[in-house]
Design a protein around this ligand. Structure first.
Ligand code: NDP
Length: 337
């Protein structure tokens, strides 16, 4: 008999916490793995496989993708498809896989934003790249101010009816549009499973704008992306910019962010984390998860060692009122939005 290439850990569900997504029947691991940056064609498949297997072995069974994750666009999905073929296929029913469309993907008027034409074609392409019959969650990646909301929502409804996605989600919709969208979807028996937005210690917009409360009211799970603000809320930049870091690439995370005020805040937060017996990254993740309204946070990691560090955040989710107040005051001068 041929040995299977990958045999997941039998204890993979023992230590992970799973939270119900809104009022749905689905529970989601509190840590999900996002494939935005570190799973594209630039990364050796061996490293990608090591991180994905490590995640699954630790109960991180939710993998978050989008059509344009890479770099190059589409290559994170292609690599995920290779993993499906090589190792994950027997475990497909244990996995919650999401993808999205809404940002620029191909040239011309049909490869961007929120039209039915784009969403339908993009999901078909994603399924082919990932070698899947269906995704668990298909997101509208952003609100399109020019396409009628009803068109985008009806496309999501029809995608579920076609069996190409089991659930739908929204990402980065303003509260007003999210409210209308939730109503439309619920009225068409496809309630929105997840709302995805950037939320972390130095970006509290989803909290301040009422988006998190709206999720609760609407029965939609709230899931945070960039919980570490792309690595800023870790020890990575406390003593300069490492050559292999996301900031050194200078595309999505810029060195200009490291102002004296920011550095003071980062050092203060890091000192508090140390006092709590946590790494900075662990405290940043614990801070999000101490709020039961946050269903899950999507981590991006560039190594297994970072994932190992991040998983330890689950060991200490309790904060004293004093610690919470200190985090608020340290981060107040550097709030991003
Ligand atoms: P994070 O905030 O978790 O940032 C990840 C980066 O932080 C890593 O690449 C790494 O940087 C650094 N890092 C992670 N863990 C550690 C650690 N323990 N110690 C030191 N550094 C660490 O998340 P992302 O910004 O990557 O976003 C996560 C996911 O969210 C994406 O993959 C995607 O799935 C989703 N997302 C969704 C968006 C949307 O519009 N819906 C937009 C953005 C993200 P380095 O590479 O320098 O090592």
């Amino acid at each position: 008999m041929i040995e299977p290439v990958y045999s997941p850990s039998p204890s993979r569900y023992d230590a992970m916490e799973y939270r119900r997504s809104g009022r749905s029947g689905v529970k989601i691991p509190v840590l999900a793995l996002g494939l935005w940056h570190n799973f594209g064609s630039h990364k050796p498949l061996r490293d990608i496989q090591a991180m994905a297997h490590y995640a699954f072995d630790k109960g991180i069974c939710h993998f978050d993708l989008a059509n344009n994750y890479g770099p190059e666009y589409g290559t994170a999905e292609e690599n995920f498809g290779l993993l499906m073929e090589r190792s994950f296929r027997p475990y497909r029913d244990e996995m919650l896989i999401s993808t999205k469309a809404g940002w620029d993907m191909w040239p011309g008027p049909y490869g961007n934003w929120g039209s039915r034409k784009y969403l339908m074609a993009s999901l078909d392409q994603s399924l082919r790249r990932m070698k899947l019959d269906y995704v668990d969650v298909f997101y509208s990646h952003r609100w399109d101010p020019e396409t009628p909301l009803e068109e985008t929502m009806q496309a999501l409804v029809d995608i579920v009816r076609q069996g190409k996605a089991l659930y739908v989600g929204l990402s980065r919709y303003p509260a007003e549009q999210a409210r209308v969208a939730y109503r439309y979807l619920a009225a068409h028996d496809v309630p929105c499973l997840l709302y995805q937005d950037r939320y972390n210690i130095i970006d509290r917009v989803p909290q301040c704008s009422g988006l998190i409360d709206l999720c609760e009211e609407s029965g939609t799970g709230f899931i945070s992306f960039s919980p570490l603000q792309q690595g800023l809320l870790t020890g990575r930049y406390l003593n300069g910019v490492p050559a292999d870091s996301r900031m050194a690439k200078g595309v999505f995370l810029k060195e200009e962010m490291l102002t004296p005020t920011m550095m003071e805040a980062l050092h203060g937060l890091n000192a508090l984390a140390q006092k709590r017996g946590q790494s900075f990254a662990q405290m940043a993740l614990s801070w999000l998860l101490q709020d039961s309204r946050v269903c899950s946070v999507i981590i991006g990691a560039s190594s297994v060692a970072q994932m190992e560090d991040n998983l330890k955040s689950l060991d200490n989710l309790a904060f004293s009122q004093e610690e919470l107040r200190l985090i608020d005051s340290l981060s107040a001068p550097v709030q991003l939005r």
